[in-house]
Design a protein around this ligand. Sequence first.
Ligand code: CA
Ligand code: CA
Length: 181
Amino acid sequence: MLRTRQLSTVAAALAALTTSTVLAAPAVEADANGFRDRVGEAPAVIDVQGVRVKNFARVVVTARYDDLVDGRSGGWTVYVDTSRRRVGPEFGVSGGLSTGTDYSVYRVRHWKYLSGPRSCPLDLSLNYRRDTSTFEISRRCLDRPGRIRVAVVAGKARRDGSWHRDWAPRRHQFYDWVARG
Ligand SMILES: [Ca+2]
Ligand SMILES: [Ca+2]
């Protein structure tokens, strides 16, 4: 069932995260665009290994982690760039990585949320056996885009309140454009 929910505190904090990682090597697949991310650069519970993007009737973005653990993996944000003319992403989709956590879509400018959550169909699924998190986003949430490109960041709080994070491919960088399928 599709739904829109309020953003969790964990996910909200991700919007301000910054770190750097190493460039990933893109790999094109038949039904989706798959990209890789470096392993071993963040705690395993948030260390992104790969990102898959499907730009179909809905936009589906899946991140795979080294070891996703319920209750320990913090949250993640998918930034979606829908317009080359405007610098940076137009939308951010944030959610927790634990069972029952909240998630939502926001308008973004200069990598910052412009306003409260959008009311539109969005679904989050978490698979702790496959170590994946997936957003299924209605095209309406993204103002019915053509091609898109994404950036992903996962993060979790340290004991002192600062953040571990892993950007894929790296901070404020996108993977390749994915055409409307
Ligand atoms: Ca990584
Ligand atoms: Ca843009």
